[in-house]
Write a protein that binds this ligand. Structure first.
Ligand code: HEC
Length: 160
């Protein structure tokens, strides 16, 4: 092997090691904070899955099924009863740690966040009544439900 190619291998190795070293340093987040971020994102994914079932029916991408629609609405209703306070520890905003899109405004405008959560609660209750009735009722309740998710994201989630 020539001296030249040895030098290339050495510098490539340094770049690879340097890079992975940086990743390890950055992922050194307090485990409680990292866990809370994972938990709130998982909670959001459960919202999204159940909203997706209702949305697919509303958009005629999935055959209307009263039982499945009711189950999705009931799952959303169950999710919003969970106490989510531990999901949002101080120091877990975007800009303070990696891996989150939660805007710092969540921690400075708590009444505003509660208002958005309340709007979701009202929309879920309306969907629970509508989902099992018929497809038109489900479609009628869909706008407010999607809007409640989007309203909070617009105010409190980093867009990207
Ligand atoms: C009260 C505010 C609020 C409401 C209401 C809300 N979200 Fe979120 N959502 C957030 C915030 C803040 C984040 C960013 C969380 C993070 O990255 O740490 C988020 C993130 C998400 C994500 C990305 C999760 C991930 O894996 O990174 C999805 C999907 C999502 N929300 C879906 C929904 C759906 C569907 C609804 C309605 C049924 C909803 N959200 C209602 C505030 C809200």
């Amino acid at each position: 092997m020539s001296v030249f190619s040895k030098a290339i291998i050495a510098s490539t190795t340094a770049i690879v090691l340097g890079f992975s070293g940086a990743v390890i340093a950055e992922s050194h987040v307090d485990p409680m904070i990292a866990g809370a971020i994972k938990a709130r994102q998982a909670h959001m994914q459960l919202y999204a899955h159940n909203l997706g079932v209702l949305g697919a029916m509303a958009q005629d991408k999935m055959a209307y099924d009263a039982a499945a629609a009711t189950a999705a609405a009931n799952n959303l209703a169950a999710l919003i009863t969970l106490d989510q306070m531990s999901y949002w520890p101080a120091g877990s905003a975007a800009g303070e740690v990696d891996g989150t899109r939660a805007l710092p405004a969540i921690w400075t405008d708590f009444p505003g966040v509660m208002e958005k959560a309340g709007a979701l609660g009202a929309a879920v209750t309306a969907m629970q009544a509508a989902a099992g009735t018929d497809l038109d009722s489900l479609k009628g309740a869909m706008g407010a439900l999607g809007g409640a998710c989007g309203g909070c994201h617009q105010a409190y989630r980093q867009s990207n």
